[in-house]
Design a protein around this ligand. Sequence first.
Ligand code: SF4
Length: 327
Amino acid sequence: MGETLLELKDLSVRYTTDGVISRAVNHVNLKLDKGEILGLVGETGAGKTTTALSLLKLLPKYTSEVDGEILFEGKDINKMDDKEIRNIRGSKISMIFQDPMTSLNPVFRVGEQIADVIKIHNEGISLHEVEDRVDNILTMVGIPPSRKREYPHQFSGGMKQRIMIAIAIACNPDLLLADEPTTALDVTIQAQVIKMMRNLQKELKSSVILITHDLGIVANFCDKVAIMYAGEIIEYGTLEELFDKSKPHHPYTEGLFGSIPNIQEKTSRLKPIFGLTPNPAELPEGCHFHPRCEKCMEVCKSGEVPTYRNGDYRCQCHLFAGKEAAV
Ligand code: SF4
């Protein structure tokens, strides 16, 4: 077993707007080992980004409640003061956001933006050393250091995302949170960026949480997979366990797989998941997926849904009743 870097224990996050409470994240338990890559998968509004932002204490102002523990190297981030969390952001945990166009500062040269992160987290570092590190990092992400004096608008979308990644890895973080890092890119550039991230992860030995709705990217990048629905982890396991079609899965996971094309299998048409992600302010009783589930039973419509486990693998669904130990 690997060494644990991060552990979420019963994490719940509530937002309150105009007196309405939204249950964005609900009793999430997750563990991430050092050097491990976890794919956090689900539709928009599933609570993936909220989970990631809570690790950096960057939740929006309308957050009304954060419960549970976020243990990073054994220390609870939830209990850290501003100074402690500032020391962690960027140097130990950093985040790559979805859209490089809005995340890069248009009026500063890209080299300066990378240098700023290095200077903030390395007091007393010489300018010469900073320059060397900027050149090094740009080379690592496949951008010639000679371009460091250029501005963000002089780069293509894929190159901008590489710069965002360069900023995120500038201090060699232990944990990299990548929130849909390739969504804004076209498919060929997506593949290049993912390949580059994979190589960087091997080189830096960072742990990664990759937030995505794209199972193709998960298959090419992740060691473990957590499927999130309505703020809950409804299925979790290794990549092999989640992609093993011979085994039963949570109906939502099956729906996700049914909604992507597979060139190895002949199928007349894709089967999208019927209905929409529920509003976190009005989550359905019982299993939150029940109004959309083709296998819904009477027992699913109220009460707690048990979680069934097999080693580290787990699935929250009544269909698994009696298969393994219920929790
Ligand atoms: Fe479907 Fe019931 Fe399982 Fe929920 S608990 S996913 S409604 S079978």
